[in-house]
Ligand binder design. Structure first.
Ligand SMILES: C[S@@+](CC[C@H](N)C(=O)[O-])C[C@H]1O[C@@H](n2cnc3c(N)ncnc32)[C@H](O)[C@@H]1O
Length: 168
């Protein structure tokens, strides 16, 4: 993850922290410590799924899922009908193995089609790696979920690296 100031995440505390792309679970554990009641995290690489779980045995409120994020999201998002969710969309190639997927468009589509509410907070990491046209497409998919989203950017690994989509 690339928030320059990790405490920025505290501005977005909700019932559920929903992360795509666990890697080794570093931010997953921070979210648990920050006070999100339930943490959901999805990782596509089996080795990383196992490593993140083994590093997090003391954290009882984290549910780890192995698989591709859009597919898992379709299955589990409908169960969160009453909770506020902060999404952290961070699934993309990490160089750890040979994974090639960058599923953010499909993830936004899953949020649109499988959440019973359309006012969750959506944080999208590593915007510096997006092509300009993909930033525009990302914004328009967010506004398809709810045209009232306010879209801003937080400092991350570089300027404006985290897209913050929030109903205010
Ligand atoms: C930048 S790392 C995540 C870092 C982590 N969120 C953090 O803040 O510490 C990206 C992760 O996304 C995973 N990934 C890539 N495609 C994925 C997919 N379709 N579904 C789930 N995870 C995926 C990669 O294997 C990698 O572990």
């Amino acid at each position: 993850m690339s928030l320059q100031n990790i405490n920025d995440l505290k501005e977005h505390i909700a019932d559920v922290f929903f992360e795509t792309g666990t890697y080794e679970g570093w931010l997953t554990r921070i979210a648990s410590e920050f006070g999100f009641k339930k943490i959901i995290t999805i990782e596509i690489i089996p080795e990383l799924f196992e490593i993140s779980k083994s590093l997090s045995t003391e954290y009882k409120n984290i549910d780890f899922y192995l698989g591709s994020s859009p597919e898992i999201m379709k299955k589990i998002l409908p169960q969160f009908s009453h909770e506020n969710i902060t999404f952290w969309l961070d699934a993309h190639p990490s160089g750890y193995f040979n994974e090639k997927t960058w599923p953010v468009f499909e993830e936004l589509s899953a949020i649109k089609n499988y959440c019973s509410r359309n006012n969750h907070t959506i944080l999208i990491d590593d915007i510096r790696l997006f092509k300009p046209e993909d930033i525009e497409k990302t914004k328009s998919l967010v506004l398809e979920i709810n045209p009232n989203y306010n879209i801003t950017f937080l400092e991350g690994g570089s300027t404006q690296d985290v897209m913050v989509c929030k109903i205010i």
